[in-house]
Write a protein that binds this ligand. Structure first.
Ligand code: BG6
Ligand code: GLC
Ligand code: GLC
Length: 942
């Protein structure tokens, strides 16, 4: 019987397991992983709401831009004063940052003093509060014997939500935690501090930066760990910040790089988003707080409130007779009697239960061992819920970062501070575990901020100082590349002068103005099968054009591209033309037309002195070509000889044209107003229809041509089709404008970088205009600027790598990619990586800026040149206004995201009386060569 009683009482004891009772009572505070995931998803949605311009005003989670762009990189230095206001302690500090990475340690020295803030100041006037802050600062300077004569940069860690439009400005949105000083909300806190410093007098400080404690914590930890891109506080309050992509932050202009966002997640739930998870105890805590209805998550999580939550639960359980046999003390009824320090003590590993009993004794409660176990359990559940909620929030932030970066896994460090995290014996551990469980795809390291947030605040200030000076230096480096309107007008004027000079002079001139013997653009009656050959960029092209009914759109194009090896471009002339003949042979084989003796047009994209449509003497090689024994020789002749040597097929080479001419001809087929051809590719050049009477240097031929022109004017049908000026005899002039400046006329805009590029080129002191504009050289100019910036320590951590020393790494293709607006910075980084350039995000921003400056200048210069050409045509015709079309080709024009736009804008600005349309050539200049051949043939047939 006795034994049975014993067993029963044993079982009833088991049933009364005090933790079970508490678990049942506090069921709502126990959050499962799926609930946490749900909270995490809701939080991520709130973050998005806060980031978006439309929903930000109504968003509970404010997602405040901090204007902190980068985490420390070890180059920060200087001595700073720091005020740390808003945590559980108010501190004044001096922080000395020595250059060198944090990992090496000892990079930072700190002296600090904590100043108590009298209770009444927390709720008094703002002016009194800031006066106290500034007097404490003055006291600190005296005590630490810091000179009051010198100006000291100062950073303020201010642990409340502030709307910042710059690093040294911030409007307090609302107080939180136990602060409530009057007259500060809605005001600029930095200004308030400056006012107080002035009132106090006797010190010279410059407030350079104000940061939230989360931001300062992230920066503190970032000094030792470059993966630290999240800052977390679980202290009197709770909050987190992280590095967000700028293009997600609607409230800040610019879409490049990152900025730290202070989430102010304490306010999560203020709009009801957490209602399903809120308990009656949370409601009570909120109702009795300084700021009812506000900071709902914070009140479930942070140190200001955890003790209260425990007290309210214990009180309720006691009242229900579940604890202390229903006994309730006055102390237990009193707000604030259980603190977070108590909660931590109750959960201590060894002495937790003893601590709990002592705490209960202090609360005038007599407790049984079971009561102690139960109260300890209450503490655990409350603090566990807190760390679970923080884990859910962090999971959302880390997921956002991972998604931003399009990564499957993420390696990241979270810098943490705050009394709860630091002093609660189990908090950190539980938090880490739950985060790991919620987002196993992220490898998260937690680093406790060493010595508080002040180091970080000083670093932000140092970064601000450094960035400001870096910016100045980058601007200085780029400024010679930035051309003013006046400079562009000058370039236009010089181009105009050079065009005129070239038309007159028979001797050498910078802009050669080579007659092309193309007298007219196609009229649509051209027909037949032609072989079009093209040599100019890096490839040799062969195509068969069938000008059926003369309409190019309907013509069938068959073509093949043969890359020209460098050995060929820069070998002997014979080898070069043998190579071309071999390619032609291959193409004819491929087309099955080897025996056809087709008429052929040859696009030869180099300056040729022509005496007729089917001959051309190479004046000088340009771009990447330097084959020997070609300059001064007829290229058509050389090609014919090579074909003869090959002895496989025969061709009737009817015409040789520059690529600009080919482009104009092919575009003119579509648009009769097309009387200009422009190439912006590997090289750059322009041709246009000039009036014969202006081409002084071909005086002898003119008489005959003018007579032909008059005959044409008699052709009534022709006259109807074209405008009045069509009757005036013209000839297309290949300007070879790339030579502008070869006589020194551009020396005032040519920079040191350009000179380097010129010196390293195949043709030093030649094609100076081309070297400022075209694709072959832009990348090299960029590389020179990058070298300069790197040597100045402004880029790539000052490391001049082999890749950077490699000529030609920046092809037009890469420039285009780097400058594409659709490319996120990370992708820019990966383009740079492909080129062997290991860049940080900040580096990528600068590289992109350099590319932008160089290509912008190129497009503007091209526009200035073109403005001179269109103005000249307008004046030739005596018109007030000219409508004209430019046929364009070239990789720079076609592929670069901004070149064409800037070019067009510039022409509009510099030639306001001309309406210039741009028509990209479809079939390339090759079809133009075929058309020229057809036009030439028609003429012969006549
Ligand atoms: C301190 C930081 O270590 O932690 C403060 O220096 C921060 O800037 C504080 O506000 C947060 O924790 P608590 O517990 O003091 O609010
Ligand atoms: C409060 C403040 C916030 C701060 C946090 C931690 O939530 O609003 O700015 O970061 O406390 O101190
Ligand atoms: C170079 C050549 C020129 C050509 C241009 C575009 O400037 O000298 O003839 O038109 O490149 O390819």
């Amino acid at each position: 019987m006795f034994a049975v009683h014993l067993v029963l009482s044993f079982f009833s004891k088991l049933q009364e397991d005090p933790t079970k009772k508490v678990d049942r009572f506090m069921y709502a505070m126990h959050l499962h992983d799926d609930q946490l995931s749900d909270i995490s998803t809701r939080f991520q949605a709130e973050m998005k709401k806060g980031l978006s311009a439309e929903s930000n005003a109504a968003a509970a989670v404010k997602m405040l831009p901090t204007h902190v762009h980068s985490t420390p990189d070890g180059s920060e230095k200087g001595h700073f004063l720091v005020l740390d206001l808003g945590g559980s302690k108010f501190k004044v500090l001096q922080v000395k940052v020595r250059e060198g990475t944090g990992v090496r340690r000892g990079g930072v020295e700190m002296e600090e003093k904590t100043y108590p803030i009298p209770e009444e100041l927390l709720t008094g006037s703002g002016k009194e509060l800031f006066d106290h802050v500034s007097e404490s600062l003055k006291d600190f300077l005296h005590e630490k014997k810091i000179s009051v004569e010198k100006k000291h940069p100062l950073a303020l860690t201010f642990s409340f939500p502030c709307e910042q439009s710059a690093l040294n400005q911030g409007l307090l949105l609302n107080w939180s935690k136990n602060f409530r000083a009057r007259g500060v909300q809605g005001k600029d806190v930095v200004q308030a501090l400056r006012g107080a410093v002035n009132r106090t007098g006797g010190m010279d400080v410059e407030v350079l930066a104000m940061v939230n404690d989360t931001v300062a914590t992230m920066m503190t930890c970032g000094f030792d760990d470059r993966y630290c891109e999240v800052g977390l506080i679980v202290g009197s309050g709770t909050n987190a910040c992280y590095m967000e992509e700028l293009h997600h932050i609607d409230l800040v202009e610019g879409d490049e790089g990152r900025m730290c966002v202070n989430t102010e997640w304490g306010a999560f739930g203020d709009d009801g988003a957490l209602n399903d998870y809120i308990t009656e105890f949370d409601r009570e805590v909120d109702a009795a707080s300084n700021n009812p209805g506000k900071q709902i998550l914070e009140k479930m999580v942070s140190g200001m409130y955890l003790g209260e939550l425990v007290r309210l639960v214990v009180l309720k359980m006691a009242k229900l007779g579940l604890l202390f046999e229903g006994q309730v003390s006055d102390a237990l009824r009193t707000k604030g009697k259980i603190t977070t320090a108590h909660v931590a003590a109750m959960e201590e590993y060894k002495h937790g239960l003893r601590n709990t009993r002592n705490i209960l004794v202090d609360l005038d409660l007599s407790s049984t061992p079971d009561d102690c176990i139960a109260v300890q359990r209450v503490s655990t559940i409350v603090s566990f819920r807190s760390s679970n909620l923080v884990a859910a929030g962090l999971a959302a932030i880390l997921t956002q970062i991972r998604q931003n970066r399009h990564l499957r896994t993420l390696r990241i460090t979270v810098g943490v501070d705050g009394t709860v995290y630091k002093t609660h014996p189990r908090y950190a551990n539980r938090l880490h575990k739950v985060v790991q469980r919620l987002i196993p795809e992220c490898h998260v390291r937690f680093v406790l901020s060493d010595g508080g947030s002040s180091k970080g605040a000083a670093l932000v200030t140092a970064v601000a100082q450094r960035l400001a000076s870096q910016r100045r230096q980058v601007d200085e480096t780029l400024s010679p590349l930035r051309l003013s309107g006046e400079q562009l007008l000058l370039v236009k004027k010089r181009m105009r002068g050079a065009l005129e000079a070239g038309l007159k002079s028979k001797g050498p001139s910078a802009v050669k103005m080579l007659p092309s013997y193309v007298y007219q653009t196609p009229d649509g009656t051209e027909h037949g099968k032609y072989l079009a050959l093209g040599l100019g960029g890096t490839n040799f092209r062969a195509l068969l054009v069938d000008l059926k009914k003369g309409l190019l759109q309907n013509s069938r194009l068959n073509h093949k591209i043969y890359p020209t090896p460098v050995e060929i471009m820069q070998g002997s002339g014979e080898e070069l033309f043998d190579h071309i003949a071999q390619c032609v042979g291959d193409f004819l084989d491929y087309m099955g037309m080897k025996s056809a003796r087709l008429p052929a047009g040859f696009t030869f994209s180099f300056p040729c002195e022509q005496a007729g449509i089917d001959t051309g003497t190479l004046v000088s090689w340009t771009k990447r070509f330097k084959a020997t024994d070609c300059e001064g020789h007829d290229v058509v002749g050389m090609l014919r000889e090579a074909i003869k040597r090959r002895n496989e097929f025969d061709l009737d080479i009817v015409s040789v044209v520059n690529d600009t001419v080919g482009t104009m001809m092919s575009c003119a087929c579509e648009d009769p107003q097309c009387e200009i051809g422009l190439i912006a590719g590997t090289g750059t050049n322009v041709c246009y229809m000039e009036e014969l009477k202006n081409i002084e240097k071909i005086e002898q031929e003119k008489g005959q041509m003018e007579r032909e022109g008059e005959e044409k004017q008699d052709d009534g049908a022709e006259r109807e089709k074209k405008e009045e000026h069509a009757g005036i005899p013209k000839m297309c002039i290949n300007t070879e404008w790339g030579g502008l400046g070869d006589d020194g006329s551009l020396d005032d805009i040519i920079t040191h970088y350009d000179s380097e590029v010129d010196q390293n080129s195949l043709n030093p002191r030649k094609q100076r205009f081309e070297k400022l504009i075209s694709g072959m050289y832009l990348g090299e100019v960029v590389r020179q600027v990058l070298l300069n910036l790197t040597r100045g320590g402004l880029l790539f951590r000052g490391q001049v790598t082999e890749a950077l020393k490699t000529p030609g790494i920046f092809h037009t293709k890469y420039l285009s990619q780097i400058e594409s607006d659709r490319l996120a910075l990370l992708q820019v980084r990966s383009v740079l990586q492909q080129l062997g350039l290991d860049s940080t995000c900040d580096d990528s921003i600068i590289v992109k800026e350099v590319c932008g400056a160089v290509s912008h200048r190129a497009a503007q210069l091209c526009g200035a040149g073109l403005a001179a050409v269109v103005d000249k045509i307008k004046e030739n015709r005596g018109l007030d206004h000219l409508d004209i079309t430019v046929g364009v080709d070239g990789s720079l024009y076609k592929l670069h995201p901004h070149f064409s736009g800037v070019l067009q804008q510039t022409v509009k600005m510099l030639a306001p009386q001309c309406t210039v349309s741009f028509l990209p050539s479809e079939g390339g200049s090759g079809t133009g060569a075929a058309l020229t051949a057809a036009v030439a043939r028609k003429k012969l047939e006549k």
